[in-house]
Write a protein that binds this ligand. Structure first.
Ligand SMILES: Nc1ncnc2c1ncn2[C@@H]1O[C@H](COP(=O)(O)OP(=O)(O)OP(=O)(O)O)[C@@H](O)[C@H]1O
Length: 299
């Protein structure tokens, strides 16, 4: 039976450095949760504590109602950031060994190895040493290692880093499939477009504290409105002096303004844009996760 992963009030220090402070969130069965934050924000530390690779100074982790222990940890599929495969062991042997460690019979282990290496496009490399594979293929094998024992929870530290677009599609499809089968999935990533597409909910961690948690739509509603204006050249500083503009970004001929709606005046903005050049489009839009992230991190 699949159950939610609960992370409650985790705190962790490394000497004087506060790596985590009172971090709490849950990932429901069937949910894909994107864990995002700047370098050093505390994502890997959180995931390592979930897996018991590291102990917390305070707080707890539970799967369903069960506080996490050795046997519940065996139900988690984990992909560590530092990766953890034996470079001089053959792909197939290694995956089979991991499945056997989790109690699979030799024939069930072999079937699972075949299933996952085929699904992840590395079946032809099954007799090669891990070290002889490209980094992207090693990463596919690393995901197979997280999946081969049919885990009830998936915890993946930057599974998408360094993957080519086809591998990103395969990895995304596998995560969706696992979530659809009821598994709670948490992964960290700096690829925010991907997180926005794939995740049901997102958590933003800043300097060891959870700053924002919610669906992308919920996070968008807490962010300033975006106005996109296509036309006036980015080289002209036509927005300075206008009321209620929180941020200005340019993307080719498009200027994206983040507005404080309580103060901004769209007609004043339109007049200023027209004074700077022809306006081809003038429309509201929703902030991307990248824009939300920048605002949350800089707040
Ligand atoms: N073993 C350690 N000893 C001392 N400090 C550590 C150790 N591991 C992590 N840290 C520090 O704890 C903080 C959190 O690190 P962590 O690796 O959890 O961040 P992260 O969000 O995963 O970052 P990244 O996106 O760069 O992988 C950082 O300041 C890091 O330097």
């Amino acid at each position: 039976m699949t159950e939610a992963l609960h992370i409650r009030n985790l705190s962790k220090r490394y000497g004087d450095l506060v790596a985590l402070q009172d971090v709490s969130f849950s990932v429901a069965p069937g949910e894909i949760f994107g864990f995002v934050g700047s370098n050093g924000a505390g994502k890997s530390t959180t995931m390592r504590i979930v897996l018991g690779v590291l102990s917390a100074d305070a707080g707890s982790v539970a799967v369903g109602d069960t506080a996490i222990d050795f046997s519940t940890r065996r139900r988690i599929g984990y992909m560590p950031e530092e990766r953890g495969l034996y470079p001089k062991m053959k792909v197939g042997q290694q995956l089979s060994y991991l499945a056997r460690l989790h109690g699979f019979s030799p024939s069930d282990a072999a079937a699972s190895v075949t299933r996952w290496t085929e699904r992840l496009g590395v079946a032809e490399r099954i007799d090669d040493n891990v070290a002889d594979l490209s980094l992207g293929n090693q990463q596919r094998v690393q995901l197979a290692a997280a999946l081969v024992h049919d885990p009830d929870v998936l915890v993946l530290d930057e599974p998408f880093s360094g993957l080519d677009p086809v591998a990103v599609d395969v990895m995304s499809a596998v995560l969706r499939e696992k979530a659809q089968s009821g598994v709670p999935v948490i992964f960290s990533s700096h690829q925010l477009d991907l997180v926005q597409q794939l995740c049901d909910r997102v958590g933003v961690i800043v300097k060891g504290g959870m700053r924002a948690v919610g669906t992308v739509a919920e996070l968008q509603s807490g962010h300033g409105a975006i106005l996109e204006i296509v036309g006036p050249p980015a080289t002209l500083d036509w927005t300075s002096g206008l009321r209620g503009i929180v941020d200005v970004a340019h993307d080719g001929p498009t200027t994206r303004l983040t507005l404080d709606l309580a103060v901004a005046d769209d007609q004043q903005i339109l007049h200023a844009a027209l004074a700077a050049g022809p306006v081809h489009q003038f429309r509201t839009s929703k902030p991307s996760l990248t824009e939300i992230f920048r605002e949350v991190v800089s707040a």
